[in-house]
Design a protein around this ligand. Structure first.
Ligand code: FMN
Length: 397
């Protein structure tokens, strides 16, 4: 593993702490580069009250010098404004269905769910987004772009998006990556629910209003597209080097995510072999594909087509009309507790998916083109792209 990270801190503790280890030196990086993604995580129609008072201003406290990474671990702090740890004296003895409460209490031997709730909370994803923003910066400098958008929420689907469908040559140009990403991001950012389809956005907002009125919560699906990755990231030579598995693990580790689809996996499972794969053809003086059903990954390795992954999130578990549970002190059946909560977090998952996928992909990039400095990495990448097949022979760029 070339790039690794750890986070620490509780939902209502003083700070979240994160370390991203393995970034090369020379990446221009400042706090303002992390902020736009952090703001996206807090936004989205259907979020709860906490998001109105958290500021989520990340502080870089290690790993940069005069605005550039140094090769040392990147260390980030995020203060929690909602800091009441230590003042929470009320024991919570009724585990909430759908949360880590019961499993965590049994596992760690707590009779109070507070310590479980504090760490299992998705507040921690603020730090994944901050560290992931640094990884995404590295990918952008290497010519790749990532964009997540909502494709379904509360049962309402957005029109299919053609941006990840492929057609590119297998060494994907940085300019076409930027164009496709800009188009999708513009449409998504104009939507309060992070969907690139304006008609679906309106219908989803109405669905969220209706859910609020009924005391319900909503799940949905997010699509993540990554353009401009070189072929050859990840490997089939050992199970734990397969990029499909590494990506699926990182995406499934987002709280509420219950399914990860790579490429058109669900349709492929229902179709025949002739319908499921992407034929290899000449494109200009190189190679290309007319379709991208594999979602840019074959044999656990990037193949030069846009990478496409889709995630399904369950509706969040804290409901205004709580689900029944059992008080572990008394053994009596009780109504669950209501605490402040979001109605849907599907829009926020678009940026969390970008962040965690960004870390996995930056790791794979560093593994292949491993370098201590950004210029060394970019030179190795350019030299590799130059040796990809071209016809007539000798016309390599
Ligand atoms: C950005 C984000 C915010 C979340 N906010 C809430 C919330 O306010 N209330 C809630 O019940 N669950 C919320 N969740 C989901 C829980 O964190 C998650 O369901 C719980 O930790 C159990 O994990 P699991 O669903 O992966 O099994 C949120 C998830 C994400 C990604």
């Amino acid at each position: 593993m070339a790039l690794r990270y750890l986070t620490a801190g509780e939902s209502h503790g003083p700070v979240l702490v994160g370390i991203l280890d393995g970034l090369p030196a020379g990446i221009p990086l400042a706090e303002r580069d992390l902020v736009p993604r952090m703001k996206r995580r807090m936004g989205g129609y259907g979020r709860g009250k906490r998001m109105t008072f958290e500021a989520d201003r990340p502080q870089i406290v290690g790993g940069t010098w005069k605005g550039e990474t140094t090769g040392a671990p990147l260390a980030v702090l995020i203060e929690n404004r909602s800091n009441r740890q230590g003042r929470t004296t009320v024991r919570k003895t009724v585990p909430r269905p759908g949360h880590a409460d019961l499993a965590g209490m049994l596992k760690y031997g707590f009779s109070d769910a507070n310590p479980v709730i504090e760490r299992a909370s998705a507040r921690e994803t603020a730090m994944r987004v901050a560290l992931g923003a640094a990884a995404c910066r590295l990918l952008e400098l290497a010519g790749a772009r990532l964009a997540g958008h909502v494709i379904e929420l509360g049962g309402i689907s957005a029109a299919p998006c053609s941006e990840g469908a492929g057609h590119g040559t297998h060494d994907g140009s940085a300019t076409s990556a930027a164009r496709a990403a800009d188009r999708l991001e513009r449409a998504r950012d104009a939507s309060p629910v992070a969907s690139a389809d304006p008609a679906a956005s309106k219908a989803i907002m109405a669905r969220i209003d209706e859910a609020v009125a009924r005391g319900e919560t909503l799940g949905g699906r997010v699509e993540l597209i990554v353009w401009g990755l070189p072929p050859g990231l990840g490997s089939y030579v050992q199970h734990d080097r397969r990029l499909d598995a590494r990506l699926a693990a990182a995406l499934a580790a987002i709280p509420s995510v219950k399914e990860v689809e790579l490429g058109d996996a669900l349709a492929a499972g229902r179709s025949s072999g002739h319908e499921a794969h992407d034929v290899i053809a000449r494109a200009g003086d190189g190679l290309g594909r007319a379709s991208n059903r594999a979602g840019g990954l074959e044999g656990g390795v990037t193949n030069g087509q846009p990478l496409v992954a889709r995630l399904t999130l369950k509706p969040i578990s804290t409901l205004r009309r709580p689900l029944p549970s059992v008080d572990l002190d008394t053994g009596r059946a009780v109504e669950g507790r209501y605490v402040r909560s979001d109605v849907t977090v599907v829009p926020a998952a678009t940026v969390i998916a970008e962040a965690v996928a960004g870390i996995v992909l930056a790791d794979a990039l560093l593994e292949k083109f491993g370098a201590d400095t950004l210029p060394e990495l970019l030179a190795a990448l350019a030299s590799y792209r130059g040796r990809l097949p071209r016809w007539p022979k000798g016309r390599n760029r």
